[in-house]
Design a protein around this ligand. Structure first.
Ligand SMILES: [Mn+2]
Length: 294
């Protein structure tokens, strides 16, 4: 009986042991259902579980790649439940758990949870790579505020916590305040704003701003809320599925993607399309990683 994948609801794609065991997996998922500073619509703590549930309905064969990416082996770590003793303690705890998840050498994709958690993997990789990396940030927001609603550990501040060491390249950004705009200009950060997505040369502009080592942080509010309404701070406009795929395909083939996260899914009861979209997004990232890894 233990071979039946439905016994474990937390396994991405519902894979059997042969493909899900840590020892042979080349990819690992780290679900982190952390939610402490949601400012509008709550529910991102239920994001990882919804992604894993929806993933069981994703087609395993990828016709674009003519491949079955799950064959690289995809391990799903147990949910990382962080301490409620405040954000600094929670992030310190995540640092330990994240480092453990990287010990096996897998390509690690962290599943949020609110965007605040991204600073942990970014700073972990900054330490390992002497700050020689950039962040590809899919997002509606720049997240460059120094504090928000009285805390420096808000989802709206996550890039500000790392920008001194690692520069984000923002894609799909369409809601910033004037202080963020000032910082973007001062630090000469590359932002491809929402209305620029799909314009001539936009993918090349992003690639040109990225270093060889890239960390991908994918806030799902990058997408147009018309088809991804299930997120904490939805913004009109934004990217399409095809635009996200076009950029991911290029980045995974032209750069060395070291790790990634997908955050801010806040599932809506009875509306499964967003959960499924995000599950498929994670699987496409794995497929592109496998096709393009260097
Ligand atoms: Mn966002």
């Amino acid at each position: 009986m233990s071979d039946f994948s439905w016994e474990d609801p937390y396994n991405f794609l519902g894979l059997g042991k042969e493909y899900a065991a840590l020892e042979r997996a080349k990819v690992a998922l780290l679900p982190v259902p952390y939610e402490a500073t949601t400012s509008y619509v709550e529910g991102t703590r239920r994001g990882p579980e919804a992604i894993l549930q929806a993933s069981r309905h994703v087609e395993l064969y990828d016709h674009e790649l003519d491949a079955e990416p799950y064959r690289v082996g995809i391990h799903t770590h147990p949910m990382v439940e962080l301490t409620a003793a405040g954000p600094e303690a929670a992030l310190a705890e995540l640092r330990e758990r994240y480092a453990e998840a990287c010990e096996g050498g897998q390509f690690v994709i962290m599943l949020g949870g609110e965007h605040t958690i991204t600073q942990v993997p970014v700073l972990y990789w900054a330490d390992r790579l002497n700050d020689d990396l950039t962040i590809l940030q899919f997002d509606a927001h720049a997240d460059l505020r120094d504090s928000f609603h009285g805390t420096r550990w808000s989802h709206a501040c996550v890039m500000r916590r790392v920008v001194e060491r690692v520069k984000p390249v923002g894609v799909g950004i369409r809601a910033i305040d004037s202080e963020e705009k000032k910082l973007i200009d001062e630090l000469d950060l590359t932002m491809v704003y929402g209305e620029e997505l799909g314009s001539s040369g936009w993918v090349e502009r992003v690639l040109g701003a990225l270093s060889e080592n890239v960390y991908i942080s994918f806030d799902v509010d990058f997408f147009d809320p018309a088809f991804l309404p299930a997120t904490g701070t939805p913004e009109p406009g934004g990217g399409t599925w095809e635009q996200a795929m076009a950029l991911l395909r290029s980045v995974f083939s032209e750069r060395r993607v070291i790790a990634a996260d997908v955050v801010e899914l806040a599932p809506l009861p009875g509306v499964v399309a967003p959960d499924f979209l995000v599950a498929k997004l994670v699987y496409k990232m794995i497929g592109y990683w496998d096709a393009g890894k260097r």
